[in-house]
Design a protein around this ligand. Sequence first.
Ligand SMILES: CSCCC(=O)C(=O)COP(=O)(O)O
Ligand SMILES: [Zn+2]
Length: 213
Amino acid sequence: MSIQILRWNELADVKDELAGRDWFFGTSGNLSIKVTDDPLTFFVSASGKDKRKRTQEDFLLVNDAGEAVERTHLKPSAETLLHVEVYGKTNAGCSLHVHTVDNNVISELYADQKEIVFTGQEIIKALGVWEEDASVSIPIMRNHADIPKLAREFAKHVYGDSGAVLIQNHGITVWGKNAFEAKKQLEAWEFLFSYHLKLLSVKNSNIVSLQVQ
Ligand SMILES: CSCCC(=O)C(=O)COP(=O)(O)O
Ligand SMILES: [Zn+2]
């Protein structure tokens, strides 16, 4: 099987799994997977598609400028330049971007701090951190409608072959060695966001019920 078909299927399978989690609200989200290093080419999701559907037009091959390398009527994701930054600055092989309610709420709640830190959660090991009572943090950056500007700001947080960035009231982008590693990371961050919001909500309702007693 050609490397292109292998990578296409790998990305399509990850897309199906994220779709199964209902992480592609209203056509939001985009995904990419590296195909060749020199010259850089990668498959990126076509813009505006319903990412819950699996079709032959889900991805197109683009170059290091995020432009289609073959004639196609498909448009690369509007946020392809962020994927360009990931492959330009790291050795990552896959990048995933989803908008969830939890990642948007966390990004809004902690926007002023420009990051959120999590400590002492077992799931942190899925992020490759194995020390006892370890902490992990994820940067939170402002959203920009201008995509080249968004990509330039995003690039400031891109280093290391795996990583993650929250974009305020927009979504999370993660990258990793391959599709499996990127998805693992995405699931770990979303677990931490969901846990944190649930904890805040339980604590808050306990305070309210104590006040009314
Ligand atoms: C419909 S959400 C607005 C665009 C966006 O943020 C996104 O992730 C999806 O854009 P794409 O061009 O990749 O479909
Ligand atoms: Zn987006």
